[in-house]
Design a protein around this ligand. Structure first.
Ligand SMILES: [Zn+2]
Length: 306
């Protein structure tokens, strides 16, 4: 049975297809794979989501058991960080308060001017400590701690975190509640409207990642902004890597082949293509190839209206 939309409760829900079983979670291979669920897309608000998925207590335990080395320090030349840095310069005064939700070791906050007061929410203790060493004040662990924060900020940012939430509208609502009037909210995530994703449907690499539960897009951001008193000012699509032509062609060919013949693709993997981990974890044989060279992420900025 089709579930109602997780954001707008509409019943105009389309089933995109079945997501492959979850073989690993937070950097650890699972003893027993989890069902991947189905990918649904809402025709009213534009959100896409995995359903069903494990409940919060199971997810919390899976994160707890995860490999703490899974979340690597990102390169400071991340495109979304550079764009966000420019927006902060453009919209904020030099001594503003900025909160980064899921700040990890402070990677993004370290790239912005030291005149700003910098705050973070981070679940990984060791990463949070590293952030503190750089003068970043950690004010919460889980992104659900946003609900308990009393202060407000001139900017609230979050990079590649919202897809881990069960309800992206609630996530953005909390970000908005922590933002001063006329302050800004900056959000980045995978773009479920990207051409590569539309082409591959539920067999797109991004939704095969077990930690990813909900998938937003620019259409959803415009809708959600309207609900929450946030004016969507700008959207920029980007790719997390700077791909060579060879990589672009390679990714396209692999995904095309997989789309036409998932079994043929799995057979090549069984023969050793892609490395030994596919043979060691049988369910991975049927997983889609990644498409890292696709322009399948986006970053957007909202201004909180009075
Ligand atoms: Zn909806």
């Amino acid at each position: 049975m089709k579930p109602p939309c997780i954001c707008c409760c509409s019943d105009k829900i389309e089933c995109v297809g079945t997501i492959q079983p979850v073989v690993s979670f937070a950097g650890r291979f699972l003893d027993k794979p989890l069902a991947g669920g189905e990918l649904f897309r809402c025709r009213d608000c534009g959100v896409a989501f995995r359903h069903p998925h494990p409940g919060k207590s199971v997810l919390d335990e899976l994160y707890r058991q995860g490999n703490s080395n899974n979340w690597q320090t990102a390169h400071s030349d991340r495109q979304d960080w550079q764009i966000a840095g420019r927006w902060i310069e453009q919209y904020l005064k030099p001594e503003s308060a900025i909160l980064d939700v899921g700040c990890f070791d402070g990677g993004f906050l370290k790239t912005i001017a030291l005149t700003h007061r910098r705050f973070g929410i981070e679940i990984h203790e060791a990463a949070g400590k590293k952030a503190q060493e750089h003068g970043i004040q950690i004010i919460g662990k889980d992104f659900e701690d946003m609900a308990g924060v009393d202060e407000t900020f001139d900017a609230v940012t979050s990079f590649d975190v919202i897809e881990h939430s069960q309800n992206p509208l609630e996530f953005l609502r909390h970000m908005a509640a922590l933002t001063n009037n006329e302050g800004i909210v900056i959000l980045s995530s995978g773009n479920s409207e990207a051409l590569s994703w539309r082409f591959m449907g539920a067999r797109y690499w991004y939704c095969t990642i077990g930690e990813h539960l909900s998938f937003i897009c620019p259409t959803w951001c415009a809708w959600a902004g309207n609900q929450l008193g946030l004016e969507l000012k700008q959207v920029i699509t980007f790719c997390h890597v700077k791909p060579s032509w060879k990589q672009r062609v390679g990714d396209l060919v692999k995904n095309l082949f997989y789309k036409i013949s998932p079994r043929g693709f799995a057979a090549l993997r069984q023969k050793g293509m892609g490395g030994d981990e596919f043979r060691a974890h049988k369910e991975m044989l049927s997983h889609p190839p990644s498409w890292m060279s696709a322009k399948d992420h986006f970053i957007c900025i909202f201004k909180k209206m009075r």
